[in-house]
Every structure is written in structure tokens, then in C-alpha cells.
Design a protein around this ligand. Structure first.
Ligand SMILES: Cc1cc2nc3c(=O)[nH]c(=O)nc-3n(C[C@H](O)[C@H](O)[C@H](O)COP(=O)(O)O)c2cc1C
Length: 161
């Protein structure tokens, strides 16, 4: 299958996740192109799946990622699988601080994009991929790249069935 990984990234962390997804798709025998979500969508005729991701900032999802979902629907992508990912963090250290910060973290960009995709009638994969950063501008926490690869592998296995 052929796919497209659309990302928005300010400091490169979400881009790294997008690239890990594409690499995992390649390793699973598929081909995925990674593209900045602000660029024009390519011809979707030969595209079997799309992943859309962006960082969580101010508890929100980026406008360009939200616009990409609308464009996918407008370009008749509604029947083909779409998956959502984001980056978020850093997570506070104590349970008390975590409880206070929850509204900035959950549902995060991934939850917002997932809900939008559903509302638009896209065939959105039930799970989302959320990768944590350890500082406001990154880097990604340990094992998040492996998590992204596993997510991609599971998503592709599910849609190949
Ligand atoms: C202005 C700003 C606001 C942010 N707000 C949030 C937030 O509300 N929730 C959160 O989990 N992370 C927040 N972050 C951390 C981002 O999620 C982090 O910068 C992002 O994951 C990095 O990805 P990128 O390198 O692809 O831009 C914020 C970061 C910045 C710079």
C-alpha cells in the first residue's frame, strides 16, 4: 500500500515521529511519503492511507492539521483509512502537578484531531499515537520513536486485513 504522513512541527519532534512512521511503513513492505501538512496535498488517487499529526500547543491542535482533515474529506478520502498522532509534554513530575496540568495534556492535539476526523466522516483508526517530549521544545522521551513504529505497524496490519 501507499501512504502519506502529514505533519506540522515547530522544533522537529513531530517531524521525527512522522519519519519513524514512514520508516516503519517501509519496513512492513509499504511506501509512505512524509510531507509538511502546510504544503498542498498531492494527487490522492494512488494513496491508500494517511496519517496526520501535529504538536499539542496551548491544549490545542494546529490549524493546518485541522485544515488537512477537511481537505481530505473534500478530496473524497472519506472511505480510506486515516490515523492521528501528536506530540505533547513535558509531563509534570508529581501526581498533584499532573492533575493540575491535565487540561493542557488531555485530550491534546491527537484527541482533538481524532474527534474532528470522526465528525468529518473520515475512516479514522480508533487508536491515536501520542509521543511525549521531555522539554517544551523536545527532545522526544525515550522509546517514543519505537512506540511510533509499533503504532504504524499495528495500524497497517489492521487496515491490511
Ligand atoms: C508555546 C507552546 C505551547 C505549548 N503548549 C502545550 C500544551 O498545552 N500541552 C502540551 O502537552 N504541550 C505543550 N507544548 C509542548 C509541545 O507539545 C512541544 O513543543 C511539541 O511537542 C514539540 O513538537 P515539535 O517539535 O514538532 O513542534 C507547548 C510548547 C510551546 C512552545
Amino acid at each position: 500500500m501507499k501512504g502519506l504522513v502529514l505533519y506540522r512541527s515547530h522544533y522537529g519532534n513531530t517531524k521525527q515521529v512522522a519519519e519513524a512512521i514512514a520508516e516503519a511503513a517501509g519496513a512492513a513492505g509499504h511506501a509512505a511519503t512524509v510531507q509538511d501538512v502546510r504544503r498542498q496535498l498531492p494527487d490522492l488517487a494512488g494513496v491508500d492511507f494517511v496519517l496526520v499529526g501535529c504538536p499539542t500547543r496551548m491544549a490545542r491542535a494546529g490549524v493546518s492539521a485541522k485544515a488537512a482533515l477537511r481537505r481530505l474529506r473534500a478530496r473524497s478520502f472519506a472511505g480510506r483509512p486515516v490515523a492521528i498522532f501528536d506530540t505533547y509534554g513535558p509531563l509534570p513530575k508529581t501526581p498533584e502537578e499532573l492533575a493540575d496540568a491535565k487540561k493542557w495534556i488531555d485530550p491534546g492535539a491527537a484527541g482533538i484531531l481524532h474527534e474532528r476526523a470522526q465528525r468529518l466522516g473520515l475512516a479514522v483508526y480508533p487508536s491515536t499515537l501520542r509521543c511525549e517530549v521531555t522539554g517544551m521544545k523536545g527532545p522526544l522521551a525515550e522509546h517514543e520513536i519505537e512506540k511510533a513504529a509499533t503504532f504504524a505497524k499495528d495500524f497497517l496490519a489492521a487496515i491490511s486485513r
